[in-house]
Design a protein around this ligand. Structure first.
Ligand SMILES: [Zn+2]
Length: 266
């Protein structure tokens, strides 16, 4: 039986430090991964995302400044703007951007300023956003909602969402997608499992976040896009439906979010 094609909506295999990216890309193709998004986290890895995806079919890029890197401030943000304005055909999104108060590697003011900058850039270029928000939703929603009435509307995904049902409702009310990754395969947290069970199929994206968050039973290995089927299997188990149903919905959702007339055939 043919499994529907997979779409890894979030990985970092383009980074110079990733071991064997070309081989990982080929294994992904063989595993049925039709598309993957290489997500930048600063001005250097964003440039790497654009160059890695340039010659590789099915690979698209996102450029952005991660909240951990927000202290790099305006010089990094201006460089990211220049990368995005190219305009590179492979560019599919802005991010990852957002707020992370769990680690707080950058000051809050710098995180908020970087988030606003990138939301404005995405709206200007009519691109979706990849958000990373950890223990910071109380500050995230007011910023997001400042831009919520814009036309066209803000579109995006809350990548690696592990928050509560109340914030899940707020995500869904705003028409945003939820990125599910290997955490779903190893988390024993019952309130997180409740989030994955309640997640409507039309809001699901699958992601690996490779090299991080390797799914069970491959813990200990470097994560790669070829492993994304394990995330689909686990989500299917939690939702008591088939992996095929998860994959079909998630791939359709990812295409509707990231593909546009310029990048859809690349
Ligand atoms: Zn990431």
């Amino acid at each position: 039986m043919n499994r529907p094609k997979l779409f890894d909506s979030h990985c970092h295999i383009h980074e110079a430090a990733y071991p064997g990216a070309e081989a990982a890309y080929r294994r992904a193709l063989r595993a049925g991964v039709e598309r993957l998004i290489c997500v930048g986290t600063d001005e250097i890895t964003s440039a790497e995302a654009l160059s890695f995806t340039a010659g590789r079919r099915g690979c698209l890029a996102s450029v952005g400044l991660h909240p951990h890197e927000a202290a790099k401030g305006q010089p990094a943000l201006r460089r990211i703007r220049r990368l995005a304005e190219g305009p590179p055909a492979k560019l599919a999104a802005i991010g990852e951007c957002g707020l992370d108060y769990f680690y707080s590697h950058s000051p809050v003011d710098a995180q908020l300023a970087a988030l606003r900058f990138q939301m404005e850039l995405a709206l200007e270029l009519r691109l979706p956003l990849i958000f990373h928000v950890r223990q910071a939703f109380d500050d995230f929603w007011p910023v997001f909602d400042d831009y919520a009435k814009t036309v066209p509307a803000v579109r995006g995904v809350l990548h690696s969402f592990t928050d509560n049902l109340a914030n899940l409702d707020k995500v869904l009310e705003r028409g945003l997608f939820i990125g599910v990754n290997g955490i779903a395969t190893f988390s024993r947290n019952s309130s997180q499992q409740a989030v994955w069970r309640h997640l409507p199929l039309d809001s699901v994206l699958l992601e690996t976040d490779a090299p991080f968050l390797t799914p069970v039973p491959l813990r200990g290995k470097v994560n790669e896009p070829a492993f994304i089927g394990l995330v689909a299997d686990r989500l299917a188990e939690l939702k008591q439906i088939t992996p095929g149903e998860i994959i079909q919905a998630a791939t359709k959702n990812a295409k509707s979010l990231f593909l546009n007339p310029k990048n859809q055939n690349l």
